[in-house]
Design a protein around this ligand. Sequence first.
Ligand code: 1PR
Length: 546
Amino acid sequence: MPRVHLLDYVAGNIRSLVNAIEKLGYEVDWIRSPEDVPRAEKLILPGVGHFGHCLSQLSQAGYLPAIRTHIEDGKPFMGVCVGLQALFEGSDEDADVPGLGVIKGFLGRFDDSTKAVPHIGWNSASTAGQCVYDLGAASKYYYVHTYRMPYVRGQLESQGWTVATGTYGTETFVGAVAKGNVYATQFHPEKSGVAGLKTIRAFLTGQGAKALGGDPPRLDSRPAALQDGLTRRVIACLDVRTNDQGDLVVTKGDQYDVREKDDSRNVRNLGKPVQMAKKYYEDGADEVTFLNITSFRDCPIADLPMLEILRQTSQTVFVPLTIGGGIRDTVDTDGSKVTALEIATMYFKSGADKVSIGSDAVIAAEEYYSLGRKLFGNTAIEQISRAYGNQAVVVSIDPKRVYVPKVDATRHSIIETRFPGPKGETYCWYACTIKGGRETRDMDVVELAQAVEAMGAGELLLNSIDKDGSNSGFDLELINQVKGAVKIPVIASSGAGKPGHFAEVFVETKTDAALGAGMFHRGEYTVKQVKHYLREEGLLVRAFED
Ligand code: 1PR
């Protein structure tokens, strides 16, 4: 089997990259010390998290001279995400830490005055008609980053680089660069579905380097790019729990009640998690989220059933995977303490790209306010985002509407609602809950969202207990309130019952993504139908690629 060397120097989800390489028929050899680098013919440098953290790790371990030599010797080199950023001279993210300096230029932060940051989702890598490692004109690739190399026409080209670009808001940035033996992508090709596998293959086979800069192959039947820019993300969510027979099943509740309404009160069983995730991937879901909705008490943490689900899923699903449920400091069955960071690490090593934190985030936010909005670096959100980058930390919010008769009836952030309460109340606020909605806390969604953003959460998964399983559409008022309170991306969740609800939430709010569960599980609509509908409505979506 042909081989490729992978440099494993930082924490992160490297399993997906390994899975992608193996799917393409290659075997991975690990570089575990700088002395291993000269043995490598083809070398891949993955990277997640902070620029400074990655570069310092590489530097302290003595890797930088070995990587430079590999590149100067003309051997194939591929950088992914921070692996691309490392090729530049430096980044505003950590201005004191130098990069490899293979490419002239410094990275800066995306402007968040008019758009959500981090930039998360599927965007283009436009090559202006040139051949760049089989990047497709109409293809979309999965990006997740806060810092970017701004694209200035001619600047990198004058250094001999061929550039592919993405556009986010009014900013055009470097999506990929290539020259001679070097290829690097800001996006994650291992998370970019079929289009991503194609570009990895072009690197592995050497065809990409050979064809670089020429005309794209004539046999390329893909249509020209319809529109540049970030697509509307459609996410499929699987709530997973053990049923009364002890099997791990995908379930789905109404207002979080997952038991059948008949006398049996059995846990609703809608299918098997791994198989359903694969189906949604093949249907064009842009991400898949698993929520372990029952805690893992009575189960040793290393045997968490969700770990195996992630391992299996990440072998066939090449889009981002999020896992939520039970991510908090805890005590194992043998009495030993296990931190939230350790649990998250197990999930990342098993194939997760992001972890989602629910109850623990509310408790941490309560403490944040009670301590005068000071951060001590000890919450799960802070620890995980420090180690893996804030893009890896999602906070899942489970709010419930609380109606009030007048504006000043509560200290909480209220909205005037178009859907009055049972006593005709025209104002409401959204109370945060923990433990799957079982306990309501004296904290509103705005407080929670702002606290977790300050702690370093990268994204919010905004559910609604009132809307969950209702098929009546998203709570647009809730989404608008939270979007108005934070800069980080928001995923709208709960209530989707038909493709029109997705169009509605994208048009009537500034949500960054929308999530559906029951309508997909029950087979009422497919993800493909939702995307088709959105495209018909003139909204940009990632096209399905075989
Ligand atoms: O608190 O960190 O252990 O995390 C627990 C996680 O499990 C949280 O993310 C919480 O939202 C979730 N959870 C807990 N109990 C339930 C339940 O349903 N009984 N599920 C639950 C939450 C809500 C959505 C659902 C959407 C879309 N599921 O994720 O998928 O409402 O549904 P729809 O499209 O069918 O309306 P922790």
